[in-house]
Unconditional design. Structure first.
Length: 423
């Protein structure tokens, strides 16, 4: 029985709120669970998508449905028009291209595009401040009021301005921009693509271009062979184009659809191939089109193409599956019982010691005040008749202040003061 009481006495004291917090606290959270961006995570943080990930369903359907229609209603009839090997290839090629296209789509949308990790605190401002410009209306809500909004960085001998991001509390590296849709700073930011539901940056631009170009090839393939099928119908039935459309309406629908798709994704492929050869991003091309400045990143067509397609993709700067380190509250149960008990004991002894010192100081002050009052009171008793005005002024000086009353109440000496007031 005594051992139970002794163990209860040694148990560290916890407030009700701390105890409830400790009871509610479960296993430590991971980075993707407390991520401040608008990304969507799947498979325990292994797949990273943008906030508009639902658009992937539409993109996949625009690829798969036409291929299924072509395979079932068009290519099966072309098998009999060609040799067995050629006919089988006509059926197999669009299926392989569609599967390859979908893989590239998920490699583009389901990975970290190059997100720059946020800072927990704003960076320290530079002392020189020569290469920075201050904003007059800088509120300093996320950092110090003297923190510059821009800095000058030299890239290949050319001065490039980098901006401070108040959301991520960091100076963006060159070619980095903050995506307002995903709410992240992305390295070598190109654009946010709603068709893939993800930002296009340094770590997925290669797969994005391969996805767009392969989609253009797939559209062109279906478009060509649908026309071949229409031509075969016209030759077989000796009819015009309208009669051929009536006999194979699916071919006509696919011709219209793939014609529009070829112009769209084909033009996009040509535009991005130009950007690759000149080492630009879509964001830079639209922002600095009329600037006339020299591009500091352009190293020649061959090196630019090599950088995009054959250079090593950098590792992600974010470990979304890492456990978040949270600060523990003081005197929590993570401490051992002995250590918590020693801390509480030392705190109690410290409070007792400080209380004793305070009592001693107050006693000394009270004795000094009491001696002054006695000296004044004695002088008044020795004096004879005093004028009324003098008596009133001295009587006012004898009135006890509220702080003296509190002292007398603390030391239990209020009776002495009341006696003096009666004199």
């Amino acid at each position: 029985m005594q051992s139970k009481k002794h163990s209860a006495a040694l148990r560290p004291q916890q407030s009700g709120s701390n105890w409830r917090n400790i009871q509610k606290s479960g296993p430590p959270k991971r980075v993707y669970q407390v991520w401040k961006g608008r990304n969507r995570f799947f498979l325990g943080g292994r797949l990273v998508f943008g906030p508009d990930v639902k658009s992937l369903a539409l993109t996949v359907s625009l690829i798969v449905v036409p291929v299924i229609l072509f395979t079932v209603f068009v290519s099966q009839k072309l098998v009999h028009e060609f040799n067995n090997n050629v006919g089988d290839l006509i059926v197999a090629i669009p299926i392989v291209l569609a599967a390859y296209d979908i893989i590239l789509l998920f490699l583009t949308s389901g990975r970290d595009p190059g997100i720059i990790p946020r800072n927990a605190h704003p960076p320290e401002p530079d002392d020189d401040g020569e290469a920075s410009t201050l904003s007059a209306d800088w509120s300093g809500s996320h950092g110090a009021p003297t923190l510059p909004l821009t800095k000058d960085v030299i890239v290949n001998g050319v001065v490039v301005k980098v901006k401070y991001c108040p959301t991520c509390m960091l100076y963006r590296p060159p070619r980095c921009s903050h995506c307002s849709i995903c709410n992240n700073c992305v390295e070598r930011f190109d654009h946010h693509c709603p068709w893939v539901g993800q930002c296009i940056g340094k770590r997925n631009y290669r797969f994005f271009f391969m996805f767009v170009s392969s989609t253009a090839v797939l559209c062109l393939y279906v478009f060509v062979f649908c026309w071949v099928h229409m031509k075969k119908i016209m030759d077989s039935y000796h009819c015009n184009l309208w009669r051929a459309v009536v006999r194979s309406p699916i071919s006509a629908v696919l011709i219209v659809f793939t014609f529009i798709g070829t112009w769209f994704v084909g033009g996009l492929t040509a535009f991005h191939f130009y950007l690759i050869c000149t080492n630009q991003t879509t964001y830079e091309n639209f922002k600095y089109r009329h600037d006339g400045k020299m591009n500091p990143y352009n190293r020649g067509c061959f090196r630019n193409v090599w950088e995009i397609f054959f250079s090593k993709i950098p590792k992600s700067k974010n470990d979304f599956r890492a456990k978040v380190k949270e600060d523990l509250p003081p005197f929590s149960f993570s401490l051992s019982r002995g250590r918590a008990f020693s801390l509480n004991t030392s705190k109690a002894s410290f409070d007792l010691e400080m209380g004793a010192k305070r009592q001693a100081v107050l006693a000394e002050e009270f004795e000094d005040i009491q001696s002054q009052i006695e000296s004044v009171g004695g002088g008044e008793r020795c004096s004879t008749q005093l004028p009324r005005s003098s008596w009133g002024s001295r009587k006012g000086s004898w009135e006890i202040a509220p702080d003296l009353e509190s002292l007398s109440a603390e030391f239990g000496m209020g009776h002495g003061y009341t006696d003096r007031e009666k004199i």
